[in-house]
Design a binder for this molecule. Structure first.
Ligand SMILES: [Zn+2]
Length: 290
């Protein structure tokens, strides 16, 4: 299996924020495709490489024990993937990840809480990469930089905490503790794609990342001081932005016209980064980036 053949390497970032290895030749730019999976979920395809971010298809009833929906996962997960990165271990980011990893053969990359859930779900240790921030994980033709980040300001009762060391599944909604929050910079096909899955960030950690594409959570950003402009400045005004984590995470995915909040986000970007193009994705629509 491809995922087994390509050994992953886990190396610490050597300071600074430009993670391009100085000895490696710059890979030439090739087309990629992005598909919005709903909530904060994304599929990035680049030639033979597939990276998934927070894939969450189940949208289960959140009263009582919460279980993934195998039919929803089978309907939407790709046949194979190289890696799955998880921003934090709230249910709407992590619930389906172990099952999607098992179905696709992907390595599952996330916090210790995410790793605990993966182990309890039966994913073998060889497929789990627990990270703590600032690691760089490289596969064949791709890499992922783990960017320390912050959760959106949803209220203290939902923030912090860890999933139990040996969780008993199924867990309840409240057992899916945040477990720390990461953003991820994926480098593949000569591109740098930043995924920010919840609306907050640490300015010093994202400054200088200079992604070509930034996938940016918008919900509750009004609680973060000058979120959009500060982020656009820190990232060096990326040419292309996709909105993220803006749909109703408790309901089945439905494409609706951009609401006032999304339109306001587009206007904020236009004001702070006039050359940046903002795309509001539709669920499961493959968007080619030539
Ligand atoms: Zn969350």
């Amino acid at each position: 299996m491809r995922a087994l053949i390509f050994a992953l390497t886990l190396v610490a970032c050597s300071g600074g924020h430009d993670s391009r290895p100085s000895t490696a030749p710059e890979p030439s730019r090739a087309p990629i495709a992005l598909t919005y999976l709903g909530v904060a979920g994304w599929q990035l395809d680049a030639g033979p490489t597939t990276i998934l971010v927070d894939p969450y298809f189940s949208r289960p009833d959140l009263d009582g024990p919460v279980v993934p929906d195998p039919a929803a996962i089978a309907a939407h997960a790709p046949g194979r993937a190289d890696a799955i990165v998880i921003g934090h271990s709230h249910v709407d980011h992590v619930l389906d990840a172990p099952a999607v990893a098992a179905a696709t053969g992907a390595q599952l990359i996330g916090s210790e809480s995410t790793a605990r859930l993966a182990r309890a779900s039966g994913l073998p240790d060889s497929k789990i990469v627990a990270v703590h921030g600032r690691e760089r994980i490289a596969g064949d033709g791709w890499s992922v930089q783990v960017v320390p980040s912050l959760h959106s300001k949803i209220g203290e009762q939902h923030l912090g905490g860890e999933i139990a060391a040996e969780p008993q599944l199924p867990m309840r909604f409240a057992d899916y503790a945040e477990g720390g929050t990461f953003a991820y910079l994926v480098e593949v096909a000569g591109r740098r794609v930043l995924f920010l899955g919840t609306a907050n960030f640490i300015e010093s950690e994202v400054a200088g990342l200079r992604p070509d594409i930034a996938v940016i959570a918008t919900g509750l950003r009004e609680k973060v001081d000058d979120y959009t402009c500060r982020l656009m400045r820190a990232l060096g005004q990326p040419p292309l932005v996709y909105t993220n984590h803006f749909d109703d995470w408790q309901a089945p995915p439905v494409d609706e016209p951009a609401d006032d909040d999304l339109q306001a986000f587009v206007a904020e970007v236009k004001r702070c980064a006039p050359a940046t193009r903002v795309v509001i994705p539709r669920h499961f629509e493959r968007m080619e980036v030539p």
